[in-house]
Design a binder for this molecule. Structure first.
Ligand SMILES: Nc1nc2c(c(=O)[nH]1)N[C@H]1C(S)=C(S)[C@@H](COP(=O)(O)OP(=O)(O)OC[C@H]3O[C@@H](n4cnc5c(=O)[nH]c(N)nc54)[C@H](O)[C@@H]3O)O[C@H]1N2
Ligand SMILES: Nc1nc2c(c(=O)[nH]1)N[C@H]1C(S)=C(S)[C@@H](COP(=O)(O)OP(=O)(O)OC[C@H]3O[C@@H](n4cnc5c(=O)[nH]c(N)nc54)[C@H](O)[C@@H]3O)O[C@H]1N2
Ligand code: SF4
Ligand SMILES: [Mo]
Length: 697
């Protein structure tokens, strides 16, 4: 019997971060557990992280490169796979230009620096991410408003927590782990929850504001109204550090509480009470989340929440929303060589400069890519490299996505499994899980840490994504910009710290000492050096410099005609604690907990349509129809239907794997009329639908 070794590393089962002890016996990971000495996770792990052994050793996981042939998928060598991709890409560059290759990733997975380095050196401006409606949109909106992303400071002992469109305990998103939120809450904070659905936190909240989905910008304007009217703001801060105050006040006054109540469905007395609690309990932080970004109001919702943080004096104050001091390592934009993308190539970015805030943070909107593939306009896009993303399931208007990806002349996909997206590829490259990689974890985040991730085992011929980009880059004439080994690349990332990767692993993590209220010395990193409630950049780009509420383009208010046939508001994209987007449905421990996709409706809605709890139901929108299993929930409004996203079935017949059976993005729309004008955010979250029982199921 071999001995069990315990190896310290860090998880990346979601956006990642939690410290882990991996138990390894005879070259195989037998179990993982939380590392109580790690500053992130602090000994806890969620179900997805704990189930990594079932992911890594899954019988259907693809462990070697493959090529699609007339007789199906066939195993090939890494040399063959990378040479084929390099040859095909070189051909496209010669014939059409590098812009005809789209490089794509999904949510933050700790390899974006390598992916961008590869794409920028290749010369394609078309890097497709989820950033236009998730996180990068928050970074972009706060960049132009206050110079940086304000992050909740749970360790600074907030006395009031406002959970605004967020579910930290299920999602552990971005910089945040639920365990830190919970620790802050348990010290006895006040709790306000702003959410259309009565979840775990809403049930515990002192005040729960059950708003109409998608109306957060209006609600925030209501909060601001109360704070201005009752003089609950920090006058000194406003006087010294806010740009455009008078104009901002005028705009806020256009949203009296009566109007806000009508838009949001939230009682105006409750709005007043919540605004008072937030503005008068110090310090207070707003724990914000992605639903506010997945609509036409993306930029302004982000700007309005930043305004609330600023005028109450909670910006960069202990226990408020702060700018953590980054650890001494290189940053994504530097490692990713964003400056090296030639100007003439940048000018070719699909969608051009239409969404100016998106351009500023190098984003394209997915539809611009699908359109170019399908129509050849403004120029053909004929090849793709997708890493860690399943757009057939996770992007709006799935049917269009599927049609577009099917039309590519050449597609390479890097993943663990043959997803419905990977099945459309010509070459499949097997990625390493977090157990099989060395990396500077959490490199892209703004919580002040980087976490050591070290290779615990090797499985099959899987390579970590970083190595794939490095080796592919070398075959595409980028040799001088890459390193002999991956460890050399990691040493370069860590160079400003004075440490190499091995020393970093020994220490486990790096963190810089926190300093608050840094604006007192340096102001804010905006054109005026102040918090720009009136945005000089939006003004320069031809947008409204002041935030406003725009009605959701497909709602009972904006489309009463459509609402006759599709009377419910579909809130699309409820997460589950055990799955990450379209992942994990094949993991036995997790699927056992959640075997089927769930759609939640109010009991009164169920009764109206003769639907029983637990019955399968059709959900239909003007784009299509899917089915999910009904769960009754009296904690949602009878006018709202809440559906999960991310569903496909590995076990269903290839190559489709049932991508259009329960996938909520068959229903969502990607019509540019619904985009945020500055960021191009797609509306993934709020649309119209009908619901009816499936017979015989
Ligand atoms: N309607 C609706 N749609 C949504 C949302 C919503 O709320 N509503 N949410 C949206 C949001 S916020 C986001 S960010 C996107 C996410 O969209 P995606 O990132 O595309 O979603 P995932 O399903 O997490 O990831 C896809 C694939 O990555 C693979 N993968 C995981 N880890 C790795 C890795 O380390 N390397 C490689 N190579 N592959 C890996 C998984 O096996 C999986 O097949 O979805 C969006 N889609
Ligand atoms: N387990 C798990 N964790 C995940 C993910 C996953 O798929 N599964 N996805 C990851 C990704 S990429 C992201 S971006 C994050 C997202 O994580 P969060 O930012 O927490 O976002 P969600 O979980 O989508 O929604 C949070 C809450 O907002 C509510 N909500 C829905 N619509 C609205 C609205 O219009 N207004 C308001 N105020 N509230 C609304 C929902 O009911 C939910 O309770 O999670 C990450 N973590
Ligand atoms: S919260 Fe994320 S990082 Fe932590 S254990 Fe779960 S999957 Fe891993
Ligand atoms: Mo996301």
């Amino acid at each position: 019997m071999g001995e069990t070794k315990q190896i310290r590393t860090s998880c990346r089962g979601c956006h990642g971060g939690c410290g882990v002890i991996a138990h390894v016996k005879e070259g195989r990971v037998t179990k993982v557990e939380g590392d109580s000495e790690a500053p992130i996770g602090r000994g806890t792990m969620c179900s997805k992280g704990l189930a990594v052994t079932q992911l890594a050793y899954h019988p259907d996981r693809i462990l070697y490169p493959m090529e699609k042939t007339d007789s199906g998928w066939e195993r090939i060598s890494w040399d063959q796979a990378l040479d084929t991709i390099a040859d095909r890409f070189r051909g496209v560059v010669e014939e059409h230009g590098a812009e005809s290759i789209v490089v794509g990733q999904g949510t933050g997975r700790d390899y974006e620096s390598f992916l961008y380095r590869f794409a920028n050196l290749l010369g394609t401006p078309n890097v497709l991410t989820a950033g236009h409606m998730c996180y990068v949109s928050r970074v972009g909106a706060t960049l132009i408003t206050c110079g940086n992303l304000p992050v909740s400071d749970f360790e600074g002992e907030p006395k009031c927590l406002v959970v605004w469109a967020n579910n930290p305990l299920w999602a552990n998103p971005d910089e945040y782990k639920g365990v830190d939120f919970w620790a802050a809450y348990q010290k006895g904070t006040r709790l306000i929850v702003i959410d259309p659905r009565e979840g775990f936190l809403a049930k515990r909240a002192e005040l729960w504001l059950q708003l109409r989905p998608g109306t957060d910008a209006a609600l925030a304007l209501g909060f601001l109204n109360v704070i201005l009217e009752e003089g609950l703001y920090d006058e000194e801060f406003v006087e010294r550090y806010v740009h455009g105050w008078e104009a901002f006040v005028d705009r806020v006054e256009e949203y009296p509480l009566g109007k806000v109540e009508e838009i949001t469905w939230v009682d105006k007395g409750l709005i007043r009470e919540a605004a008072r609690v937030y503005a008068t309990t110090k310090p207070a932080c707003i724990q914000w989340g992605v639903p506010i970004e997945q609509t036409i109001n993306c930029t302004d919702s982000n700007r309005l929440l930043t305004a609330l943080m600023a005028i109450t004096g909670n910006l960069d104050a202990p226990g408020g929303n702060v700018f953590f001091v980054p650890p001494p390592v290189r940053v994504v934009s530097e490692f990713g060589l964003h400056r090296d993308l030639p100007k003439e190539q940048r000018a070719k970015r699909l969608g051009g400069d239409q969404y100016k805030l998106a351009s500023r943070v190098a984003l394209v909107t997915p539809k611009a890519v699908w359109d170019a593939i399908l129509t050849g306009e403004p120029y053909p896009v004929v090849a793709g490299l997708l890493c860690g993303t399943n757009p057939v399931v996770t992007r709006a208007n799935a049917k269009e996505v599927h049609a577009a990806l099917s039309k590519l002349e050449f597609l390479a996909v890097i993943d663990f499994f043959l997803t419905p997206t990977a099945e459309l590829a010509d070459i499949f490259l097997p990625a390493a899980t977090w157990l099989e990689q060395d990396y500077v974890g959490d490199f892209w985040k703004r919580h002040g840490y980087v976490m050591a991730r070290q290779k615990v085992v090797e499985i099959g011929e899987c390579w970590q994504d970083h190595k794939i980009f490095q080796e592919l880059g070398k075959r595409m004439g980028q040799e001088e910009h890459w390193w002999a080994t991956l460890e050399d690349a990691l040493n370069y990332m860590l160079e400003p710290s004075g440490m190499d990767f091995r020393e970093f692993v020994r220490g486990g993590y790096l963190k810089s000492e926190m300093r608050y209220q840094k604006y007192e010395e340096k102001g804010f990193s905006t054109p005026t050096g102040k918090v720009e409630l009136y945005s000089t950049l939006l003004e320069k780009w031809g947008y409204d410099p002041l935030p406003q509420y725009r009605e959701i383009p497909e709602s009972p208010v904006s489309r009463p005609d459509l609402a006759e046939q599709y009377p419910y508001i579909l809130n699309a994209g409820l997460r589950t604690p055990v799955f990450f987007h379209s992942e994990h449905r094949m993991i036995p421990w997790l699927r056992e907990i959640r075997p089927d996709p769930l759609v939640e409706i109010h009991p009164a809605t169920a009764k109206r349509h003769g639907i029983e709890d637990g019955q399968w139901a059709y959900i239909e929108s003007p784009r299509g129809r899917i089915k999910q299993r009904v769960k009754l929930n009296s904690g949602i409004d009878p006018r709202v239907v809440v559906a999960e996203h991310g569903w496909w079935y590995l076990e269903a017949e290839a190559p489709d794997h049932g991508w259009d059976v329960s996938n909520v993005n068959v229903l969502t729309d990607n019509d540019p009329a619904g985009y945020d004008p500055a960021m191009g955010s797609t509306n993934l979250r709020v649309l119209l639908c009908s619901i009816s029982p499936c017979q015989n199921e």
